[in-house]
Design a protein around this ligand. Structure first.
Ligand code: ADP
Ligand code: ZN
Ligand code: ZN
Length: 725
């Protein structure tokens, strides 16, 4: 056994590590290189994790690896450690975890070759062209607008996150509108403003820890200059020959962020997002891995992108739910960022106007150094918030008299209004007026949402889509009642009442088509639309200079949520929404409609802002024993036969050792027991001690894997779950 075996991570379902004999006549490359190996009758590409003197597999069953694909490792030692940590922590097979880290093309056996992509900039003709004159070519108009903001040019993948701009750019070059800028020496176009004292203090604290692990929370209201601190930190990295990785939550926010970094950083800025073609993604990834990109911006999965010379990690809007992966390995990119910074010995900066309670708790315990930005830039005062008691008051399609009056006032003052309603469609329930029949999803047992524009009844859980019946299927009556309010219904009423105001609705329905969201946001930003109706899509991170009034149309939705995190989410959304209101000349106003005006957390929020809310909410969590005062794991199981998923979880629950601190809750039916025709159950585990929870999970995993019931029921593990349904 002196030649040893290679231990290779393969992207197969149960796969941990597989042992292979060396490729004949070669010695092992460094860990992190890809190796092609025979697997069954196929050839698979995996990643070498290490070597071992011998194997538990009998020598005669060992096969030899076929070929070495990379001369130099694709994955750095720190990333390999991060992946091993993630596989252990999230109880997920290492082979699959490693595959998540690689862009699609590199999961195959292709060579890891960088392709130079052109950097496009406006030509003289392009600069003289008004984007509005390109009405017939909306994509070209978009490219033109983006490049006006980026004089040193952008690669096509950084131009749009909604369509592949490469072809559009080539067409425009042929028309003489674009030319290729030099790709070698991108220059900074924007000059950094001088930091205000709070920003300076934040930067000084971070600089004091450069070159070593340290975690920081940058806690600053919207518009307090957090992004400016990110830009300074990134510039510091670049100046010292290092790279900076910036995680951002939403694709729709990428364009402005990428432009802002590209204009400021004297170096290559690449963006990793789901709108990229496979080739562009591989290219951006390789620039990061090979050290030729100085700043890497990306969404959740970018946390696994290797950096050759890491300098700092930044997580913007760290509280955002999109950092949690919701299937496969259910990791939190925010939490992994902290672990990664530790492994790379670099600082990590978590920024938010509304940090998660877990993060606030870590900051108050001193695990994160808390950096505060308390003032809005330019002296814009914080908006004034007021609760509107809806009990027993007349409402006009969801609008109270007070809210309607405020809309009038702000319209007269040339303000802009954002009505936040987190429910798309026309009405959440359709009822027969004569017999009480309600429209239910045949596959999920939940109420179908009426979408009146398309005369459709849709299930927001499984996507089931049917026509609204002309008559009640039970009694034949044609008299229906639409109960409750969605954004579509609100829009109808607003357009009737304020026909001149210009109203746009931004939700999952109006932004489905590519480019639609960008267009709507542009409409909103320009102030042409004076009344904005939107779900949380519109509540996040967008900058609307004219916004003066925010109406939270239905706060009860958040207060009555079944999840213990519902109030936290409501507080975050309300604070984010409110943080956009107000200008220097005019103090912003926030009106919150509710049937629960006495709700203690709501009152605390309105009176004392997010910081006081956090204090109260954490006290409540401590009392009830929810995170951050305990750790959770959720085991979900689903099946097409009602009994087997439940029985599987019962078996698991029964096997939890009695002497542990792990509390077992359930199994219970999931909030929507039947979804897409499958029955869903869940088992929640809670423990004040993480190690106890994880050893219990190791035990349960073995039970679940060996159970005969697992053949009929699919199960999955969710560590630190964010959604409990
Ligand atoms: P946040 O990320 O907290 O929302 P930004 O960094 O986007 O805040 O800052 C809000 C606005 O103020 C931006 O237009 C930004 O360019 C500007 N700004 C930030 N810091 C400064 C500063 N020190 N001096 C002048 N303008 C600044
Ligand atoms: Zn009926
Ligand atoms: Zn359904």
């Amino acid at each position: 056994m002196n030649e040893g075996v290679w231990r290779i991570a393969l992207p197969v379902p149960r796969g941990d590590l597989y042992d292979y004999l060396p490729v004949p006549g070669t010695s092992a490359p460094r860990p992190g290189c890809r190796i092609e190996v025979p697997f069954g009758r196929r050839q698979l590409s995996g990643v070498l994790i290490g070597t071992a003197a011998g194997s538990e597999i009998p020598a005669e069953s060992l096969r030899a690896a076929s070929r070495i694909l990379d001369e130099r490792p694709l994955l750095t030692p720190a990333i390999l450690k991060l992946l091993r940590f993630a596989a252990g922590y999230y109880h997920h097979p290492l082979g699959q975890v490693v595959a998540t880290a690689l862009p699609k093309l590199l999961r195959q056996s292709r060579p890891a070759q960088l392709r130079e992509v052109p950097i496009w900039a406006l030509s003289a003709t392009g600069k003289a062209t008004d984007p509005d004159s390109l009405k017939r070519a909306p994509r070209q108009a978009q490219v033109l607008r983006r490049l006006v903001d980026a004089p040193s040019g952008l690669a096509s993948h950084a131009i749009s996150t909604e369509f592949d701009a490469a072809a559009t750019c080539r067409t425009m070059a042929a028309r003489g509108l674009l030319e290729i800028a030099s790709a070698d020496s991108p220059v900074a176009v924007d000059v950094a403003p001088e930091l205000n004292p709070e920003q300076q203090a934040a930067m000084a604290a971070i600089r004091a820890q450069a070159g070593q692990f340290a975690s920081f929370l940058l806690d600053g209201v919207t518009g307090s200059g957090k992004t400016e601190v990110y830009l300074h930190l990134a510039a510091d990295c670049v100046a010292s020959g290092r790279q900076c990785l910036v995680l951002i939550p939403e694709i729709s926010l990428t364009p402005q962020m990428v432009t802002r970094f590209a204009r400021r950083i004297a170096g290559r800025v690449v963006a990793l997002h789901s709108g990229l073609s496979d080739t562009d993604r591989q290219n951006a990834w390789l620039h990061a891995a090979q050290g030729t990109a100085q700043v890497v911006l990306g969404t959740r999965s970018a946390i696994f992108t290797p950096l050759k010379r890491p300098g700092a990690l930044i997580v913007d809007e760290e509280h955002d739910g999109s950092y949690k992966q919701q299937d496969g390995m259910r990791y939190s990119a925010r939490d992994l960022a902290v672990r990664r910074a530790q492994l790379e010995s670099i600082p990590v900066l978590l920024g938010s106007a509304t940090p998660a309670l877990e993060t606030m708790h870590n900051a108050s315990r001193g695990r994160y150094q808390n950096l505060r930005l308390t003032k809005r830039i330019g002296g814009v005062p914080m908006p004034h918030s007021r609760i509107i008691d809806l009990r027993g008051r007349p409402v006009d399609e969801g609008l109270s008299l007070e809210l309607a009056a405020a809309i009038d006032t702000h319209l007269r003052a040339q303000g802009q209004i954002f009505l936040f309603l987190n429910r798309r469609g026309f009405a959440p329930t359709l009822l027969c007026h004569d017999c009480g029949w309600t429209a239910l999803c045949p596959r999920c047992d939940v109420r179908l949402v009426l979408h009146r524009r398309q005369a459709a009844l849709r299930c927001h859980h499984c996507g089931h889509d049917s026509r609204k019946p002309a008559r009640c299927p039970d009694c034949g009556s044609d008299s229906f009642v639409a109960l409750g309010h969605g954004t579509e219904r609100l829009e109808d009423r607003i357009r009737q009442r304020w026909p001149e105001a210009g109203c746009i609705r931004v939700d999952g329905d109006t932004t489905r088509r590519r480019g639609a969201l960008e267009k709507a946001l542009e409409e909103a930003r320009s102030g042409r639309a004076r009344i904005l109706i939107g779900t949380q899509i519109l509540a996040k991170g967008h900058d609307f200079p004219a916004l003066s009034l925010c109406g939270v149309v239905d706060a009860d939705q958040g207060l009555f949520g079944a999840d213990f995190r519902a109030p936290e989410r409501l507080a975050q959304i309300m604070t984010q929404v409110a943080g956009r209101a107000g200008r220097r000349e005019q103090r912003g106003e926030v009106l919150i409609q509710t049937h629960q005006p006495e709700h203690p957390l709501l009152r605390t929020l309105v009176r004392g802002g997010y910081a006081e809310f956090v204090g109260a909410a954490l006290a409540e969590r401590a009392q009830t024993g929810w995170p951050p005062f305990s750790h959770l794991a959720l085991i979900r199981a689903e099946c097409t036969v009602a009994t087997s998923a439940l029985a599987l979880l019962q078996e698991a629950a029964a096997s939890v050792p009695l002497d542990t601190t792990v509390e077992v809750m359930g199994p219970v039916p999931a909030q929507f027991e039947r979804r897409a025709g499958r029955y869903r159950y869940q088992l929640l585990l809670r423990s004040p001690q993480r190690p106890a929870l994880h050893s219990c999970l190791n035990h349960l995993r073995a039970v679940l894997e060996q159970s005969t019931l697992a053949r009929q029921a699919r199960w999955s593990l969710d560590i630190d779950p964010l959604d409990l349904d």
